[in-house]
Design a protein. Structure first.
Length: 322
């Protein structure tokens, strides 16, 4: 896989500083039951990286020490980590909102048949990947049969109350473009998703989050090999909106990798760009026990233009709904 970090300038993007820490986004493992073209983590079934039990305990100590409100669990497929359920239970008991970034097909993997029930019983919010409401588009990006299994997973979640009007079980879907282009307007695409999924499959969900593909890892390598990297970067720059800067998730989120190292966002994690806020050259989870983060700088490169192009992009969808 081609390295895109040397292609990302560190001078062009505006400087950013942190606000109060609200969310810990933790990459529990690179192991995944899928291998998707757009995946910025380069996750897959053969990856073995996973957070140790000792770091899980340290993570719980950090949760107790900081007034964070949200634990955002990602991977790979975070549910494949052996301590996933233990961590969810402890975080919910501490009063945190827990988000599971779920690929939906994990719900039908052997050994995970009761996962959906556990998530519902625990009151976990689900952010589920579904790059299209069309079978051909999903399977071309994620593999044959993924769409059918994703629909089955959504129906299972709906049956447990997820995405229903009278339920507090939150089910959001995530859209990524298939190629080197910006997502369409989120509001209009959400309406299309809701109409098609309801009419064709009887499926309901709360919101659709559109996310711009990052020019890094597997997707960035594909752009380089196809000679499209510079063109895509220019597209991101041309659509830069300064109105998106105040809402960037890196201002209130710390990303933690499976080894416990700290980053300003999940994308910087994949580029090995550590947080510049602490004295250590390689800030670690243990440093958060006594760290004061507000007003410290954020590490930026040209890939940050992906989060500020058009309506903006974050793990919670667009930043500007105007």
């Amino acid at each position: 896989m081609r390295d895109t970090l040397p292609l990302l300038n560190q001078l062009d993007f505006p400087s950013l500083r942190r606000s109060a820490l609200e969310t810990l986004q933790v990459n529990l493992t690179y192991r995944c039951n899928q291998r998707c073209l757009h995946c910025h983590v380069n996750a897959g079934p053969t990856r073995t990286e996973a957070m140790s039990d000792e770091l899980i305990e340290l993570l719980c100590d950090v949760i107790d020490a900081h007034p964070v409100s949200t634990l955002d669990l990602t991977g790979g497929a975070p549910e494949m980590h052996p301590q996933f359920r233990t961590l969810v239970t402890r975080a919910r008991a501490a009063g945190l909102k827990v988000i599971d970034r779920c690929n939906l097909t994990i719900l039908s993997e052997p050994g995970h048949e009761d996962l959906a029930q556990f998530l519902a019983d625990s009151g976990v919010a689900i952010s589920a990947s579904l790059p299209c409401y069309s079978r051909d588009n999903v399977d071309s990006q994620r593999g044959d049969g993924v769409f059918e299994r994703s629909i089955a997973g959504l129906r299972q979640l709906n049956a447990l109350g997820y995405g229903q009007p009278d339920s507090n079980l939150e089910l959001n879907l995530v859209y990524n473009p298939q190629g080197p282009g910006l997502p369409p307007p989120q509001q209009a695409l959400e309406a299309d998703y809701k109409q098609h999924l309801q009419e064709d499959f009887g499926i309901q969900f709360n919101h659709l989050h559109t996310i711009t593909n990052q020019p890094i890892a597997r997707f960035g390598s594909t752009l380089v090999s196809r000679g499209q990297f510079n063109q895509y970067m220019q597209l991101l720059r041309d659509n830069f909106s300064p109105d998106n800067l105040p809402g960037l998730m890196c201002r209130s989120t710390v990303s933690v990798d499976w080894r416990g190292y700290l980053y300003d966002c999940d994308f910087n994690q994949m580029l090995e760009l550590p947080m510049p806020v602490l004295a250590s050259d390689r800030p670690h989870l243990r440093d958060l026990l006594s760290a004061d983060l507000p007003d410290h700088p954020i590490a930026t490169r040209d890939h940050c233009f992906a989060c500020t192009a058009g309506q903006g992009s974050s793990c919670g969808g667009v930043l500007n709904t105007n």
